[in-house]
Design a protein around this ligand. Structure first.
Ligand code: HH2
Length: 263
């Protein structure tokens, strides 16, 4: 899954793809590099990010989705916490809803997801983006993330979302310390064991700087992003959400070829 952030302030690429043409060109470039699907976001969820109004978010993402839909058959996912934005995106041609609040951020989210009938990605986050990195705490991070995601999946199914339409994501970097992130990455098998497809977003995230203090800029974190993506692949993660599609696809191809030699 290649990331297209149509925002002025995303942590990794804020502002670069805000013009519609630039965002569409970037999405098509990611497909050429090997992306199977694209994730379009119009609101940054980085720690401390400002909220965006529904109208502004729709105005950012709809022209990009329309343009991409006309140019490619690859599935497009909308990364939003807002039901009205998801609905507008699906109307414009998106076919998945990626929600970092696991359909809890908008009172209309569960019913809207059921009505739209599209696949949903339910992600774990502790707290809100503005404050989530202030003092994240867990007793047992793996058990608590799994329990939360099961609860959200059950609520989605009660609301009418089909079980086959649900994927789960541990939400690396969303209300988690370096150790919480590493513990989750080391125990992705526990998440896989819940029986839903697993989505993982590690690309360019700040936990990598925690292990390599020189990686102060998100674009300094390619090596760490690939290492974590391969750890996810080894654990059986179904979808990797990445900014650097070409290098990640190459790393996966090499890793898969080596793994095939073990059989
Ligand atoms: N991470 C980000 C945004 N959306 N969605 C899922 N399912 N999983 C993730 O890990 C995830 C996500 C944050 O990354 P990015 O989109 O690059 O930054 P920003 O939120 O600042 O736009």
């Amino acid at each position: 899954m290649g990331v297209v952030n149509v925002t002025p302030d995303s942590f990794s690429d804020g502002g670069r793809f805000l013009p519609v043409d630039a965002a569409i060109a970037h999405g098509l470039a990611l497909i050429a590099e090997g992306a199977d699907l694209l994730d379009i976001g119009g609101e940054s969820t980085r720690p401390g990010a400002d909220a965006v109004s529904v109208d502004d978010e729709i105005a950012r993402i709809v022209p990009v989705i329309t343009g991409l839909r006309a140019a490619t058959d690859r599935p497009i996912s909308i990364d939003t916490r807002k039901a009205a934005v998801a609905e507008a995106a699906i109307k414009a041609g998106a076919s998945l809803w990626n929600d970092v609040t696991a359909l809890s951020g908008d009172p209309a989210a569960l019913a809207t997801a059921a009505r739209l009938g599209v696949p949903v990605i339910l992600m774990h986050m502790q707290g809100e983006p503005q404050t989530m990195q202030a003092d994240p705490r867990y007793g047992d991070v793996v058990a608590e993330v799994c329990a939360y995601l099961v609860e959200r999946a059950n609520l989605a199914m009660v609301a009418g979302v089909a079980r086959e339409a649900i994927s789960l994501d541990p939400g690396i970097g969303f209300g988690k310390t370096l150790n919480h992130n590493l513990t989750l990455l080391a125990h992705l098998d526990a998440l896989k064991a819940l029986g839903f497809p697993v989505v993982l977003g590690v690309s360019r995230k700040r936990f990598i700087q925690g292990l390599d203090p020189s990686a102060t800029e998100p674009t300094d974190r390619l090596g760490g992003s690939i290492a974590a993506a391969l750890a996810g692949a080894r654990a059986g993660v179904d979808v990797l959400r990445v900014h650097d599609v070409g290098p990640t696809a190459q790393a996966l191809a090499v890793w898969q070829a080596i793994e095939a030699g073990r059989a």
